[in-house]
Ligand binder design. Structure first.
Ligand code: GDD
Ligand code: MN
Length: 408
């Protein structure tokens, strides 16, 4: 089973294992317990030094092969793998637990009613106590054989994060289609607004991070979308000790990619959040932008109903307002609250609550504008104040009542 690693690698791994991995926080903690309690707590084996967090959604066909590969390349190290599964319909979580009953190194975190690659990674890392945390995909597109090399670089105490990069010499995005490659390169360029230049592959979903860096940044993470690496590095707001290791992004064999055409939107939201999130919630910006588009839709509908179809003005205005609310709800549900999207019957329930919230918002809007206008405020200013109050109300209340708990 040792055939995957060269003797030289084995030697390195062993040296690493004895010098760093065995000197772990877990054994320090156990030593600090009163002697009488020690034996009760301390197991034969200490806690894992390296946790590999693997987000999964419908990866049943890949779990066994991944665990087997990890076992081969990490032989001799104290490692564990934590699968974080978002209740995959294909039963990935059940399969992982089956394996976990046989192999103590395998663990499963199952999330119900949630989706999201980034948040899955964060929760997996928080479920671990290991001082070194790796994140990798569960579809074998990331080569586990790179992990020992990543650990090796961590021997330098200055290094806080090691990134598996497709864009440095020796690495390659082989498994990406040419369209995905173009998108990926564009997104990389955009990301350079928030991450250091020496990070060549901020989109990578394959990296190893020191627990201290996670703990420093975890409360500032946006947790949106799928770019957990970029999120961590941008949230540090200081230069982080960074290294890159080239790797070849392999072609997916079993299952299919979950990242659809809207990843670009999610990515834009993440970059905007890192740039502006300190000043204003990026969801509010998206909500306001969609609201502005809604004004255009409303005026278009009004023109059709009132000017072209000659319906009464009030009827036309009411119809335009109702349809615009549906339009705004649909877009906000698909984009602003993509991660908390309502589907099926819940979509309709959400629509009802959204329309109720916005109706109150409209009353607030007109009320504030009328009051200011009565106080001799210039009409345009009064109107804008009304719109702002209405929009803030709609955003704040719908984020709670329509889409559930907002992110703190
Ligand atoms: N828990 C959870 N929840 N896991 C998810 C979700 C989710 O909502 N969506 C995807 N995953 C898991 C998949 O099961 C897989 O293990 C991993 O996340 C990556 O998802 P893929 O669907 O295979 O992504 P990809 O191959 O298209 O994209 C990969 O390459 C990109 C670079 O081009 C990922 O590594 C991206 O992070 C990376 O940016
Ligand atoms: Mn993949």
């Amino acid at each position: 089973m040792q055939t995957m690693i060269t003797p030289q690698q084995t030697a390195q791994t062993e040296a690493f294992g004895s010098e760093v991995l065995r000197n772990d926080a877990a054994s320090v903690a156990v030593k600090s317990l009163a002697p009488a309690n020690r034996s009760a707590v301390s197991a034969e084996r200490g806690g894992a030094m390296l946790s590999i967090v693997v987000p999964t959604f419908n990866e049943r066909g890949n779990v066994h092969a991944l665990v087997a590969e990890l076992g081969r390349v990490l032989d001799g190290l104290e490692w564990e793998v934590i699968f974080v599964d978002d209740d995959s319909p294909d039963g990935t979580a059940g399969l992982v637990r089956e394996l976990a009953r046989e192999h103590a190194r395998v663990r499963c975190v199952q999330r119900i009613g949630r989706r999201g690659l980034s948040s899955a990674c964060v929760e997996g890392m928080l479920a671990s106590s290991a001082p070194y945390l790796a994140v990798m995909d569960g579809d074998l597109q990331h080569d586990p054989a790179v992990l020992p090399r990543m650990l090796e670089l961590m021997r330098d105490p200055q290094v806080e994060i090691v990134v598996g990069s497709r864009y440095v010499a020796g690495g390659s995005p082989e498994g990406l289609s040419s369209w995905r490659l173009a998108v990926s390169r564009f997104a990389t360029w955009m990301g350079s607004a928030v991450v250091p230049r020496d990070l060549h592959d901020p989109m990578s979903g394959f990296f190893l991070v020191r627990r201290s860096l996670l703990e420093e940044t975890v409360r500032d993470l946006s947790g949106m979308g799928f770019k957990i690496l970029l999120d961590i590095v941008a949230s540090a707001r200081r230069p982080v000790g960074l290294r890159e290791v080239p790797f070849v992004f392999r072609t997916r064999v079993a299952g299919e990619s979950k990242l659809d055409s809207l990843v670009a939107w999610e990515y834009g939201m993440l970059v905007a959040d890192k740039l502006l999130g300190r000043y204003v919630p990026v969801r509010f910006l998206a909500f306001a932008a969609i609201g502005a588009v809604g004004v255009g839709v409303h005026l278009g509908l009004l023109t059709i109903a009132y000017r072209m179809e000659h319906l009464p003005f009030v009827t036309s205005q009411a119809m335009a307002a109702a349809i615009t609310m549906v339009f705004n709800y649909w877009l906000n549900n698909a984009l602003t609250y993509r991660d908390q999207r309502r589907r099926g019957w819940k979509w309709l329930g959400g629509l009802a609550s959204f329309m109720a919230v916005c109706s109150v918002g409209a009353v607030a809007n007109v009320g504030v504008a009328a009051y200011l206008f009565g106080q001799r405020t210039q009409w345009l200013l009064a109107a804008i104040a009304g719109v702002v109050v209405g929009a803030v109300w709609n955003y704040a209340v719908s984020s709670v009542y329509t889409w559930g708990r907002p992110k703190a």
